[in-house]
Write a new protein. Structure first.
Length: 221
């Protein structure tokens, strides 16, 4: 954390290793140690504990790093067979599309000479929940907005959730208008001004919503 006019700024990634992202925060040392020990039996998860002095008390952090393929079975077909066996045909089509978009992002990063560091597991089983929360019988722009929002909130990918969600919305809109072109948003770490506010604000809200339940009081002191 850092201080700017007495405002605490949460470091989502561990300051010494960006592969690790924050999972839990508390002012109870024993609770932190107990929760940290609970990850011992999780094969795909690595844990780092951290403590920081904030005001008059010590605050304890748990950061985790989960290999990105943890949600998929070992296979030579990138999980396609697993998808077909475990999901309906409708969901399987969307899941395959999501994987295709994500792999495209990985390839683009590789071509740029940048290795994409993943810090969470891939959870394709959450994608059907995204689809079920969308009200499909409404104007196309409203469906696209719900699809984008629900995908980001559900966070099924190890990272690049915003970029993958934007790609999925692009596929959806193109299915209605083949000539549609998604406006260029920039890329992670270099979003264009018109989209940056949404990206950064939603990342901040997601951090508090998903990882800091019951601990927000610590940050507001």
């Amino acid at each position: 954390m850092s201080s700017d006019e007495d405002t605490l700024v949460l470091q989502y990634h561990h300051p010494d290793d960006r592969r690790y992202s924050i999972e839990f925060i508390t002012n109870d040392r024993e609770e932190c140690l107990s929760r940290g020990d609970a990850y011992t039996d999780k094969e795909h998860v690595s844990v780092k504990l951290r403590v920081e002095q904030i005001g008059d008390e010590l605050v304890y952090f748990i950061y985790t790093w989960e290999s990105y393929d943890a949600g998929l079975p070992d296979s030579d077909d990138n999980g396609v067979e697993w998808i077909l066996e475990n999901f309906t045909q409708r969901n399987a089509v969307v899941l395959s599309t999501v994987l295709d978009i994500f792999e495209g992002i990985l390839e683009e990063k590789a071509e740029q000479g940048n290795e994409l560091q993943t810090y969470k597991g891939i959870h394709l089983d959450r994608v059907p929940d995204v689809l079920n929360r969308v009200q499909w019988k409404q104007p196309v722009p409203d469906v696209a907005a719900e699809l984008l929002s629900n995908f980001v909130l559900t966070h099924p990918m190890p990272n690049t959730n915003h970029r993958t969600a934007i790609g999925l919305v692009d596929r959806y809109l193109t299915s209605y208008d083949a000539d549609f072109e998604m406006p260029d948003t920039g890329e992670e770490g270099g979003w264009y001004d018109w989209i940056a506010g949404f990206i950064y604000d939603s990342k901040r809200i997601l951090t508090l919503r998903n990882h800091l339940a019951g601990s927000v009081e610590i940050l507001s002191r």
